[in-house]
Design a protein around this ligand. Sequence first.
Ligand code: NAP
Length: 252
Amino acid sequence: MHKKPVALVTGANQGIGLQIAKDLVAHDFTVLVGSRILRRGEAAAKEVGSDTRALQLDVTDQASITAAAERIRKEFGRLDVLINNAAISNTGKQPDMSVQDYAKLTRPSNVSLNEVRAIWDTNVFGVLAVTQAMLPLLREAPAARIVNVSSGVGSLTRNSDPAFPYRSIFGPVYPASKTALNAITLAMMIELESTGIKVNLVTPGFTKTNLNGYAGTQSVEEGSREVVRVALLGPDGPTGTFTRWENATIPW
Ligand code: NAP
């Protein structure tokens, strides 16, 4: 029986996910570095250091998800923490196009449905598929925890307020994918309320990563810290929260 707690971080080969992996190893976890391209995961696992393993995991590929769950069962027999971190913000935005200009091209009236489907496939259906595959392993852990990485831009409460400054970029692609993720997360929380499995949502805040062309204002260390704080909450910690650092509530 593996003694250390085991965590899986999806999309951990770069950005906030990579930093979450580093922080969890520092907290004495065995960390599975999920990566859709295995060699990127292997390079990241090397960077994270001891007690880390690269795990090929494309959250849009059911065969990859099933194989990942089988490997975890064989090697550890359980999963203590699942961090659903992998996401994409677009499939074709040119690097020099501003978020505002991209928002204009992706309004409900003119957005390509293929673009919506591609982003939702990763950010929404990917999270549901990975969670379904990992739940039997999470049920084997004494006090399992799921942390879904969302964003304040998906908050319906905020975006329905005309005074919210980012309202003009609320659209069907990335922002609404995070709204849908929030809804699915709430459904998970409700289903798992009577079990010991806690489910929480976190937003990292605007962080300098590939997702936003490195335009973010926070470091990855800052972006990962609320996710890690929530992942480390013990069995008496809350379920059903949506927070940013440090434990500040985000409206759903
Ligand atoms: P990032 O640097 O672009 O990292 C995203 C990760 O997700 C990469 O490892 C990427 O893999 C992976 N990924 C994408 N599609 C995947 C798939 N189909 N299967 C498996 N992995 C996949 O972005 P980030 O900023 O660290 O984002 C991490 C999380 O924070 C996301 O959920 C994002 O929505 C959220 N967030 C970020 C910000 C911000 O300002 N950065 C703000 C709010 C919320 P590849 O390297 O192979 O592409």
